[in-house]
Design a binder for this molecule. Structure first.
Ligand SMILES: NC(=O)c1ccc[n+]([C@@H]2O[C@H](COP(=O)([O-])OP(=O)(O)OC[C@H]3O[C@@H](n4cnc5c(N)ncnc54)[C@H](O)[C@@H]3O)[C@@H](O)[C@H]2O)c1
Length: 269
């Protein structure tokens, strides 16, 4: 019997094989969860996003694969109505979604455009709260309900290159805490996983990725980089009954990098 046997949930944010959400899905499936997936709607008549999610999840026996643009409240509402119809009550939701326009991400935060700032906050922060709003009514309210977002340390401390996304992650972390308090009375838990760098589509837009990997390898207490499977393991724990008294938590899966006050192995003797 797996950690998640008997549990049903939704994973939002698979773009391709490399997405963190893909590894989360594989691990949760291995632990016995029944899964439904959303994908970013395709533009025009191409169905690339849908096809990628179908390909990536074909061995996971998906209960549902449906588009959901988290920039639209009505689409999130439509999506969770379909989830309820096809899957009934669910135990968990994984939100693994972020976006900021490249130009606004590459420039100093104080040079970011107003429109770029609002887009980053809309897709990377507000969408989590909107998902919580429409998912909560169809979640089990017996203490097994769990929502998990993906965040990064650049929202706690300055990580040069993370820029506008750091501002968004700070707001996401705080949103997780408020939602955890508010949904606590419904016995729904709300947490975030703060992952170390993993090479994905979204990560390629942020800073110098090779430097990031070297930094974590040399400066984290465990002196190594994480894998997306490590994030999957944390997501499985948080969504399982073993996580039943954990809420409002930012769970770092970063080899311990976040505890360090110096980088590069420098020691003060
Ligand atoms: N890769 C890393 O190093 C890292 C580290 C810490 C946290 N994270 C976070 O993990 C999460 C997943 O990112 P990833 O690295 O797997 O990259 P990814 O590019 O594979 O995933 C990002 C997802 O967001 C989706 N998305 C963007 N706009 C959307 C919209 N309007 N509606 C619906 N979906 C939309 C994309 O389709 C994609 O599936 C993000 O929140 C990211 O900030 C990533």
């Amino acid at each position: 019997m797996g950690l998640l046997t008997g549990k049903r949930g939704i994973i939002m944010g698979i773009a391709n094989e490399r997405s963190i959400a893909t590894s989360v899905a594989r691990l949760m499936h291995k632990e016995g969860a029944q899964l439904g997936f959303s994908y970013l709607p395709d533009v025009g008549d191409r169905n690339r996003n849908e096809q990628r999610v179908r390909d990536v999840t074909k061995d996971l026996n998906p209960s549902l694969i449906e588009s959901c643009n988290v920039a639209e409240d009505s689409d999130i509402q439509r999506f969770f109505a379909i989830v309820q119809e096809q899957m009934g009550e669910i135990d968990f939701v994984i939100h693994s979604i972020a976006f900021a326009p490249t130009d606004d991400l590459k420039c100093p935060t104080y040079q970011a455009s107003r429109a770029g700032f609002l887009t980053a906050m809309d897709i990377s922060v507000y969408s989590f709260l909107a998902v919580a709003r429409y998912a909560a009514p169809i979640m089990k309210q017996d203490g097994t309900g769990s929502m998990t977002a993906m965040t990064y340390f650049g929202g706690e401390k300055v990580m040069p290159g993370y820029n506008l996304m750091g501002v968004a992650k700070a707001a996401l972390d705080t949103s997780v805490r408020y939602a955890a308090y508010e949904l606590g009375e419904k016995k729904i838990r709300v947490n975030a996983i703060s992952a170390g760098p993993v090479k994905t589509l979204a990560a390629s837009a942020v800073g110098d990725f090779k430097k990031m990997l070297t930094l974590y390898e040399t400066s984290s207490p465990l002196r190594s980089n994480i894998t997306a499977e490590d994030v999957g393991a944390a997501a499985a724990f948080l969504s399982s009954d073993y996580g039943k008294m954990t809420t409002g938590e930012i769970l770092h899966v970063d080899g311990g990098y976040h505890i360090m006050g110096v980088s590069g192995g420098a020691e003060v003797k």
